[in-house]
Write a protein of this length. Structure first.
Length: 244
């Protein structure tokens, strides 16, 4: 074995030149200011990283959290609920017959409608709640520490606000749309998975669509329904020992 092969002395990496121009161009293109401070300093680099992290967490059309940020928040919230036992609600909202908006008024008008619905959602919840755009015309909201009695109130408030809203889409045209909303509370004290929680909320959304749209359906909480998979997670999980 030559000294060069020795794992204690791996070959030195070639010197790296930081390619920051692309990162700065990305910020400028997204309408974000350059980081403040001395370019190249540690503080400046940290601000640049913070801005890029923020950018990669946001949906470009609406400025809401994107699917990636939503998924991260969902995992954190599932964990928090299982430890604290606080009720947390997930709502999923989908614009009704949105394809018709695009088909009749064009894609740009559709984008305006998506932006307007996003603004209503963001405006209808508490600062601690996370509103995300998770698909084309589909949104999800995580409401931590949300009492069961408050769930229907907030979901219904969203539905009504969207119904009353008028979106101006140029050339003097104004559109009205509606949303269907489904929701489910995270099973308290039970280790669930993001996929199972989302699936429950989605089931309610599909039911709201099937029942005629422009309505809210929340999974009933009285029977504190726990699925077979969640029971398995509860009793199979080694981390269950953490709670004992
Ligand atoms: N303008 C615009 N349209 C989008 C965007 N993303 C997805 N869409 C469109 O959204 C439409 C979604 O249509 P569907 O999934 O058929 O649902 P829908 O017409 O809303 O009907 P229901 O959900 O059953 O009430 C499709 O036509 C997509 O092309 C976007 O970012 N902007």
């Amino acid at each position: 074995m030559t000294p060069l092969d020795c794992p204690r002395h791996p070959p030195a990496d070639p010197p790296v030149t930081l390619r920051l121009n692309e990162a700065l161009q990305l910020l400028a293109h997204s309408g974000l200011p350059e980081p403040t401070g001395e370019p190249g300093s540690v503080q400046w680099m940290q601000r640049l990283i913070d801005a890029l992290v923020d950018l990669s967490s946001r949906d470009a059309l609406t400025g809401l959290a994107n699917r990636r940020a939503f998924q991260l928040a969902l995992e954190r919230e599932i964990d928090r609920v299982a430890r604290s036992g606080e009720p947390a609600l997930m709502l999923v909202a989908d614009i009704d017959h949105f394809k018709l908006v695009n088909d009749r008024h064009g894609h740009a008008a559709g984008d305006e409608v998506i932006r307007a619905v996003a603004a209503v959602l963001a405006d209808s919840v508490r600062p601690m709640d996370l509103v995300a755009r998770v698909g084309g015309e589909e949104f999800a909201i995580i409401l931590p520490n949300c009492p069961h009695t408050f769930g229907l109130t907030v979901a219904e408030r969203i539905r009504q606000k969207v119904e009353r809203m008028s979106v101006s889409v140029g050339n003097g045209r104004a559109l009205s749309v509606s949303v269907s909303v489904g929701g489910a509370f995270a099973p308290q004290w039970v280790r669930s998975t993001p996929a199972l929680w989302l699936e429950r909320a989605d089931l309610q959304l599909y039911a709201a669509k099937a029942a005629g749209r422009n309505r809210v359906l929340l999974e009933p909480t009285a029977d504190s329904h726990v699925s077979h998979d969640e029971k398995r997670l509860l009793f199979d999980s080694t981390s269950f020992q953490d709670f004992l």
